[in-house]
Design a binder for this molecule. Sequence first.
Ligand code: 13P
Ligand code: SF4
Length: 323
Amino acid sequence: MRATTLPYRPNLESLEPGLDLAAGIQKLRRERRAVILAHYYQEPEIQDLADVVGDSLQLAQAAAETDAEVIAFCGVHFMAETAKILNPEKVVVLPDLDAGCSLADRCPPDHFEAWLQDYPDHEVVSYINCSAGVKALSSIICTSSNAVRVIESLPKEKPIVFAPDRHLGRWVMNQTGRDMVLWPGFCIVHEQFTAKRVAALQAQHPGAKLIVHPECDATVSRMADFVGSTAALLRYVAQNPDRTFLVGTEVGILHQMRKLRPDAELVPIPADSGCNCSLCPYMKLNSLEKLYLALRDLQPRLELEEELRQRALRPLERMLALG
Ligand code: 13P
Ligand code: SF4
């Protein structure tokens, strides 16, 4: 269950006729003393307007550091909720409150709590793609950027449970050599990348570098030349002299990749052939229109009970303290 939020739905019909959306957003951003944070999976026009574009870790760090009065979070619910956990006194808006995440939505805190009863001695490491309720039950949070570092920061003798992404968990187990009990969650976008589809694409692009997000399943990750978070994939493409990259993550990432490597051929998996499997349906719920309304109306807001917020804050701060 998601945290308490006000019952608000964006009313697109209330947009002023003839409005220049980009100019309107800039004006409201100044008037509201707002910061716009956007994930790499957002639509290009949102990324281009944002103050900070980043992966989950960079955006959580930006949320922790901002002195803005309003945070307009262009991402999904757990990201905006994280910003609220870190900033109880600020207004945090998410342009579309229905922007969920299959990982967070399929790990309800009550089921998670019951499941944890079997592992009373374990450290509970949760991927940031989870609700405040799950964070509150965790020892420490991680993102795909720092998951290996987070696991390595835990005492070797401590048994670990990892939730909610089994693929990221499996990848971290391989990287660290640590055994972990995995909650069986997955991302509906990255699960679409099958070894068969990847092999077909490799046959069409011999010599291309295959780069994938660790939310992909183990067979696909094993085939890859590089596995990393969205920020790490961008760095890899920027620094690697190769000319063709097969990209195994949500296609929104291509916007920044093209800016970094306009000379490179960037091939999303699956190939751009009319199939939308590599679009995150949640990320794509946000739009410039809804961002404008969110800044104008300061709705829909993230709200959290203080006791839950404080319990969710502790494991987040433990992660942020790792740098
Ligand atoms: P990153 O932290 O790598 O940006 O991942 C976020 C996400 O939701 C991946 O699907
Ligand atoms: Fe969640 Fe997957 Fe969408 Fe990322 S891409 S927000 S993990 S559903």
